[in-house]
Design a binder for this molecule. Structure first.
Ligand code: AMP
Length: 279
């Protein structure tokens, strides 16, 4: 497996692979890999002849009081995992490589960030859209795979892919969970053992919403107030948002008469956790 640290080396390799008739799939990550990331890589190797995985903890998507400096990392372990999934290349740029002095160009979306996580993380999707655009230009993949765990992120990337004519096949992959239902996340490392139960309130809330809708409940406010009470019954939980929305626009829905997204973010101790389900 090749390991590239500069954009020019990464790009030159991708260009030579394309010339040789190879197809490239791409999985961008912030590292500290878990089974969720690995499932994206498996999809990548299934649909292309060359998988590229990047690890870059992108500073521009973190707000001032967020966990950029605390974000967990284990590059050696990550590289072994990436290799074990059959990747042909790993891209590990440092911050200066991506944002050199006098860097000044950002990608912003007009509407999708004005919902869900974007409300409490005002710079987040600008950072995500910028880094993903840059990585698409450097790696030049035919397909890129993202987890539906970050549902809003996936919609932002689909939108920028259309709006900026990247022409990349954007694939959404299912949420990989621990055996007890907790959505895998690098941030689960922040959870203390006694907070684990509270962290399960998110996936349990998703199941509750599914049950309520299945039982015929159509009123989104009633569902949300029921779920709010449920989550608040767990210690150490602070709800950031509960949303029942249109999965394409992310606009809130009041009466459920078609497929909707239930999405939530909850602070459990130091960990800000998210989860979602389509119902
Ligand atoms: P991150 O390293 O957190 O930026 O995530 C990199 C990619 O892995 C993103 O596309 C995430 O949506 C995806 N991902 C993270 N957690 C999971 C999970 N539990 N299941 C599936 N994909 C995931």
């Amino acid at each position: 497996m090749k390991i590239f640290k500069t954009s020019s080396d990464m790009r030159a390799w991708s260009d030579s692979m394309h010339k040789a008739g190879e197809t490239i799939s791409f999985v961008p990550t912030m590292g500290y890999l878990h089974e969720g990331h690995l499932s994206l890589m498996e999809q990548g190797t299934n649909i292309s002849s060359a998988l590229v995985v990047s690890i870059f903890v992108n500073p521009t998507q973190f707000g001032e009081n967020e966990d950029l400096d605390a974000y967990p990392t284990n590059i050696e372990r990550d590289l072994n995992l990436i290799k074990s999934k059959g990747a042909k290349a790993a891209f590990l740029p440092d911050r200066k490589e991506i944002y050199p002095e006098n860097y000044q160009t950002y990608v912003t979306l007009e509407q999708l960030p004005n919902h869900l996580c974007g409300l409490s993380r005002p710079v987040h999707f600008r950072g995500v859209a910028t880094i993903v655009s840059k990585l698409f230009n450097i790696v030049r993949p035919d397909a890129a795979i993202f987890g539906t765990k970050d549902f809003q992120q996936l919609q932002v990337i689909r939108q920028l892919n259309r709006d900026l004519n990247f022409g990349i096949n954007i694939i959404g992959a299912p949420i990989v969970r621990e055996s007890d239902g907790l959505a895998m996340s690098s941030r689960n490392a922040y959870l203390k053992p006694d907070q684990r139960d509270s962290a399960l309130s998110l996936s349990k809330a998703c199941s509750k919403v599914k049950e309520m809708v299945k039982a015929g409940e159509k009123n989104a406010s009633r569902i949300k107030s029921h779920v709010k009470e449920f989550i608040e019954s767990f210690p150490d939980t602070q709800i950031d948002y509960l949303s029942i929305c249109n999965p394409d626009t992310l606009n809130e829905v009041e009466e459920i008469d078609r497929e909707v997204l239930f999405a939530l973010a909850v602070q459990v101790g130091r960990a800000r956790l998210i989860d979602n389900i389509l119902v």
